[in-house]
Write a protein that binds this ligand. Structure first.
Ligand SMILES: [Zn+2]
Length: 314
């Protein structure tokens, strides 16, 4: 059996898994993402050594997905606003250390590729992956192929400005989509609500400590039937829908596949997003509805996609 390793370097966690050619995970290891780029490289090498050591079959390639502007040809992460990466030469370091073919791509592009090949993007020739996590990432499949743009920087959809007078983003702009529709945005909305009398149940879900209120506190309060929490999730879903409408107007996809940590909210998030998309898209009554579906592969999508990408490049 031939296997490849897929790696997903996220804002809080790094995952590395052994994956077979069909995209099945054989083994996976998870570690915290260290705070500095230098420490990330060190932590990544350690994590990979552990995974490779456990493999019963020879590992043919290592595919890596990382957030931000990824120079696919050079194998360098040029810039990641949420992770303080600037010109990190990941492929060079990893391929020298382990001596196998190594590829690097954007993390959401990897997740999108996995969903397209074996998840809920199957059968769609024109699909947009949207990952709702700490920020918002994107992956484009057009005509059945990945679309990366001239430099590999395409699909940085989280930094599409949807409110020119909105809050400042890590990228330096204001009102970026991810400032209004990500997990971070939900956390901020939750802290605002929890400071008011109506937000008592959200506050209680964070053990009564305002500074500990996160997006998860809203999810917990909503699960218990709290109407304030449910309203926040609906507002977040509407904000998601605004970005989807912009993307649909520009790119005319057949399907949006929505993943990332926030997709645990399921229809509570997707239903208002669909409603907003329908309201904002051009000529809604004169075109087929754009599908908006939940991703299937969960937290492992990035690992699977990165491994499938390197194995298809071998
Ligand atoms: Zn931004």
């Amino acid at each position: 059996m031939t296997v490849c390793v897929g790696v997903d370097i996220g804002g809080t966690k790094m995952r590395a898994g052994l994956v077979d050619r069909a995209g099945r995970i054989i083994d996976i290891k998870v570690a915290s993402t260290p705070p500095s780029p230098e420490a990330v490289l060190g932590g990544l090498v350690e994590l990979l050594a552990e995974v490779l050591e456990n493999s019963e079959s020879p590992v043919e390639g290592i595919g890596i997905g990382a957030a931000g502007l990824v120079d696919v040809r050079a194998g360098v992460v040029r810039y990641a606003p949420n992770l303080s990466y600037r010109d990190v030469p990941i492929v060079d370091v990893v391929s020298r250390k382990f001596g196998v073919a190594t590829t690097l791509d954007n993390d959401a592009t990897c997740a999108g590729y996995a969903e397209f090949r074996i998840g809920s993007g199957q059968g769609a020739e024109d699909m947009i992956m949207v990952t709702l996590g700490t920020g918002i990432g994107g992956g484009f499949i057009f005509g059945g192929h990945l679309y990366r743009g001239s430099q590999g920087f395409a699909a940085e959809i989280g930094h599409m400005v949807i409110d020119p007078s909105g809050p400042r983003c890590g990228c330096g702009q204001v009102g970026c989509w991810e400032r209004l529709a990500s997990g971070t945005a939900l956390g901020e909305m939750a802290r605002e609500a929890a400071a008011l009398p109506g937000g008592a149940r959200i506050l209680a879900a964070a053990d009564g400590q305002l500074e500990r209120v996160r997006g998860e506190s809203v999810m917990r309060a909503a699960d218990e039937g709290d109407p304030v929490a449910k309203n926040l999730i609906e507002e977040l879903g509407r904000n998601v829908g605004v970005g989807l409408a912009n993307l649909a107007n520009i790119l005319d996809p057949e399907r949006f596949v929505v993943g990332g940590g926030l997709i645990r909210l399921g229809e509570a998030l997707l239903a208002p997003a669909r409603a907003e998309l329908l309201e904002k898209i051009e000529g809604a009554g004169y075109r087929p509805e754009v599908e908006v579906v939940a991703a299937e592969l969960g937290d492992d999508a990035g690992v699977i996609g990165a491994a499938l990408m390197v194995s298809s490049a071998l």
